[in-house]
Ligand binder design. Structure first.
Ligand code: CA2
Length: 146
């Protein structure tokens, strides 16, 4: 079985650490990647981190995960609340899926309270800042090591 875990990030998350630090914190996506890679290595796994502002590219990457990844950690950004297409792609994926939000979406505007992805996710994190990615990763590695 693959030891690789994909960490997918949706629209605008390339701006992490560069705008709106009061909501999303000061850390960048590079920090997420470095932290997660160090953790994954210590647990005997590997990560590949992606970010795209384009729904189709995210879907293509989920399709690629069917062959290449044992788990997906996904922060779909605003597509969380709009994309049946990303849900359909995740439903066609057999591995573990964790949904990760940096902010606590339930404390924010009501349009952020519904997620299409949650009905497929094996676990959901929200409001733990970028540490949420590592928490998802720990859980994925723990389940995959059983
Ligand atoms: O809290 C999260 O992680 C979100 O998935 C982030 C999305 C938002 O639409 C979701 O409701 C919750 C927005 C990502 C935008 O990221 C930025 C980061 C820094 C500066 C500007 C945007």
């Amino acid at each position: 079985m693959s030891k690789t875990i994909f960490i997918l990030n949706g629209p605008n998350l390339n701006l992490l650490g560069k705008r709106q630090p009061e909501i999303y914190g000061a850390d960048t996506l590079d920090d997420v990647e470095n932290n997660c890679r160090a953790l994954a290595t210590s647990l005997g796994f590997d990560i590949e981190l992606f970010q795209s502002n384009h729904e189709g590219v995210i879907i293509d990457t989920i399709h690629r995960a069917r062959e290449e990844a044992a788990a997906i950690i996904i922060n779909p950004g605003a597509f969380t609340h709009t994309s049946v297409a990303i849900l359909d792609a995740l439903n066609a994926y057999d591995g573990l899926v964790f949904e990760c939000h940096i902010s606590n979406v339930h404390k924010r505007e009501s349009f952020r309270h519904h997620s299409f992805v949650s009905s497929r996710a094996d676990g959901v994190m929200a409001g733990f800042g970028i540490e949420g990615y590592e928490l998802c990763l720990r859980r994925a590695c723990s389940l995959l090591s059983k």
